[in-house]
Design a protein around this ligand. Structure first.
Ligand code: IMP
Length: 176
């Protein structure tokens, strides 16, 4: 279903059909890799809520689904680097796949990995929808990634600007 662009300054970067096709591919890949293991998907709220919903339903295996809350952005478009996590997950001995909307500075995923490793999961991997082509002070290597994009601010398909645009079915760039 299409949704009207809410502002003339939004340009479509990745179409709804391209996202859905890529999510199906990722679903097949993850299903093959975890076919003989119980998979715990951990979605990072709020940005990953749509990706998580679609990816989890694209799997040919039945995962256990969790969400955690991570906050690092206020109303601005740059990371504060101050990442707060909120969850009560028990991950010891579990096969964990963190599902994230976008890898930008990497500070959020670095914090999540550090936190999760302390629970001694059996395995711990990352699936990001988007990976920004930029330099980082932390090294994060997602095992699964939907799309590489340039270092620009994007919205839609879960990603917001000050709470807006999350429900767009595509990824868009905000023109200055
Ligand atoms: P980090 O900078 O990799 O820690 O990313 C932290 C969070 O900032 C991501 O999970 C997103 O929710 C948000 N974020 C980073 N880049 C963008 C963007 O281009 N648009 C919208 N949100 C973003």
């Amino acid at each position: 279903m299409s949704q009207k662009l809410e502002s003339p300054s939004l340009d479509v970067l990745i179409s709804e059909s391209a996202i859905q096709q890529r999510v199906r591919e990722l679903g097949r890949q993850v299903s093959a890799d975890y076919h003989n293991r119980e998979l715990h998907l951990v979605g990072v709220l709020t940005g990953a809520f749509l990706f998580m919903a679609d990816l989890s339903r694209a799997l040919e295996i039945s995962p256990v689904v969790h969400f955690i809350q991570a906050s690092s952005y206020g109303d601005s478009t740059s990371s504060s680097g101050n990442v707060h996590l909120s969850h009560a997950l028990k991950l010891a001995g579990k096969h964990v796949l963190v599902v994230e909307d976008i890898l930008d500075t990497g500070l959020t995923l670095a914090k999540i990995l550090q936190d999760f490793r302390s629970y001694n999961p059996a395995s711990l991997e990352i699936c990001t929808l988007l990976n920004k082509n930029r330099s980082r002070t932390v090294s994060i290597m997602p095992k699964y990634n939907g799309f590489m994009i340039e270092d620009e601010f994007v919205v839609g398909y879960g990603l917001d600007l000050a709470g807006r645009y999350r429900t767009l079915p595509h990824i868009a760039v905000i023109q200055p």
